[in-house]
Write a protein that binds this ligand. Structure first.
Ligand code: THU
Length: 154
């Protein structure tokens, strides 16, 4: 058995399409509004919907640490709560902070991948994932499910 997947890599997000760059800008805007006083690691997520609306999320921390939530799930759950019938086309993730060294790949945690994949299965359509590193290098994955083989699903 084997598992592999394809992704695109760019040296800078300004090599993306104009449409994707707008999504990156929106994710940065969200990142700068994150509430992350404990980790000092600010994450922003932007979600492009089928109706072309963009919804934003950022990490929301709490003194009772596990009560906080990641940026990706804030954005995806906001989309689910407010636009339950809209397809999620793309999610873009950006982050800043010294928790992760600048040259390392930013990528969503396992719980956020699980939620992305259920959103994708619900809508029977793939969700693209754009991940922008702190050094601006960018990965684009066409199908969120590629990020989590053996997803928990029924
Ligand atoms: N965080 C996210 O927002 N997304 C992820 O995919 C991983 C981690 C947040 C959670 C916490 O507020 C901070 O980053 C440090 O873990």
């Amino acid at each position: 058995m084997d598992f592999s997947f394809k992704y695109a890599q760019y040296s800078h997000f300004n090599l993306l399409s104009k449409k994707d760059q707008k999504l990156v800008d929106a994710a940065f805007e969200a990142m700068n509004k994150a509430y992350a006083p404990y980790s000092e690691f600010q994450v922003g997520a932007s979600v492009l919907l089928g109706n072309r609306h963009v919804v934003l999320g950022n990490n929301q921390e709490n003194l009772a640490y596990p009560s906080g939530l990641c940026a990706e799930r804030v954005a995806l759950f906001y989309a689910g709560a407010n636009y339950p019938n809209e397809v999620i086309d793309t999610i873009c993730i950006v982050a800043k902070g010294s928790l992760i060294s600048k040259e390392l790949q930013i990528s969503p945690c396992g719980a956020c991948r699980q939620v992305m994949i259920e959103s994708s299965m619900r809508q029977s359509a793939p969700i693209r994932v754009i991940m922008v590193n702190q050094d601006n290098r960018t990965l684009v994955i066409d199908r969120a499910e590629d990020l989590l083989p053996f997803t928990f699903f029924k």
